[in-house]
Design a protein around this ligand. Structure first.
Ligand code: TYM
Length: 327
């Protein structure tokens, strides 16, 4: 059976980077796989979070899953901290992880760079991420490009555990889309579009109004060549906008190049904003209906029960394999 586990951290306002790299792929993946989609709130607190914001954002991410079209009847949707097995297997995986491996993680290096002190959890985070995935015996994990290294470590840890203690975990494969898996900032195409960037014009948020969307794309950096052509080496800003266009319109890059041949960036940027707004407005409407509803709470409660059942079975196997006393 093919099974998927993936999630989006409630560490900031969701933007079109997470949409292109994760949320949109989840929608097609749910047709083919048994899916667990979760809100990794334990990961969000590896950096300082305001409790009220964490609470709201955790519900937001769950509501966006449903508003975008994840079917809660087909998929298990839950909040990580409601399934204690994550924290417990996270600890066990830390015991299998080498200090040097964690130190090589580029996300840790980026997030800790220039800081006087960071939490120990920011360092050990990839071991918890491995636990998230291994608990569900996920065969596949859809992620954006920036999570590739964490997935490689997860695979190494699963294999290491299986070699030491006997076959316990499925070794998962990443699913990384060819389009939309690395959406860059609108202000600087050398930096990933990120929830933690304080410059609000660097990204389009999922809750931006059509006007804000238009303004942000109008301001997005381009280049002086004036041709809509994909070339990440010499035209990263325009290539990024083209990928975003492809994500929202469903058109191929070749079709986009053909459509805007011989034109400047003006109409391309306008159409891009319309394509994004057309896709996001219905999601926003559904999000507003659901975010504070009893329906959302019921889905999350049911999801936590189903997830616990699957996670607890794996946790028990892992503990028995390691020699813990279990009854
Ligand atoms: P997070 O919350 O940073 O991002 C959620 C997902 O969105 C993708 N993504 C992007 N894709 C394309 N362009 C971007 N600019 C962009 N920004 C984010 C990410 O690659 C990710 O797939 N560690 C994870 C959360 C996590 C997880 C897991 C994911 C915890 N446990 C287990 C999968 C399985 C994270 O921080 O993602």
């Amino acid at each position: 059976m093919k099974r998927v586990l993936s999630g989006i951290k409630p560490s900031g306002e969701l933007n079109i980077g997470g949409f292109g790299g994760a949320l949109q792929p989840f929608l097609t993946i749910q047709q083919e796989y048994e899916c667990f989609f979760f809100v990794p709130d334990l990961h969000a607190v590896t950096v300082k979070q305001d409790p009220k914001e964490l609470y709201q954002r955790s519900k937001d991410i769950a509501a966006f899953y449903i508003a975008a079209g994840i079917d809660p009847k087909k998929c298990t949707i839950f909040i990580q901290s409601q399934v204690p097995a994550h924290a417990e297997l996270g600890w066990l995986m830390e015991t299998q992880t080498h200090f040097g491996e964690l130190g090589r993680m580029t996300q840790y290096k980026e997030k800790s760079e220039g800081k006087d002190s960071v939490s120990a959890a920011l360092f050990t985070y990839p071991a918890l991420m491995a636990a998230d995935i291994l608990l569900y015996q996920a065969t596949h994990v859809p992620v954006g490009d920036d999570q590739k290294q964490h997935l490689e470590l997860t695979r190494d840890l699963a294999q290491r555990f299986n070699n030491r203690y006997g076959s316990t975990f499925v070794v998962p494969e990443p699913i990384i889309q060819s389009l939309g898996s690395r959406i860059m900032g609108l202000d600087d195409p050398s930096k990933k579009m990120s929830k933690s960037n304080p410059n609000r014009n660097s990204c389009v948020h999922l809750l931006d109004s059509p006007d804000e969307i238009r303004k942000k794309f109008a301001k997005a950096v381009t280049d002086s060549e004036g041709s809509v052509r994909l070339d990440w080496e010499t035209k990263p800003a325009v290539s990024n906008l083209m990928e975003i266009y492809a994500v929202f319109s469903g058109d191929s890059i070749a079709a986009i190049e053909r459509r805007y041949e011989g034109q400047g960036y003006g109409s391309f940027k306008k159409d891009l904003a319309e394509a994004a707004a057309e896709r996001l407005i219905p999601i926003q409407e559904r999000y507003r209906e659901i975010v504070d509803s009893a329906e959302l709470i019921a889905i999350l409660k049911d999801g936590a029960l189903k997830a616990s059942e699957a996670a607890n079975a794996t946790l028990l196997r892992a503990k028995q394999a390691m020699g813990f006393v279990t009854f």
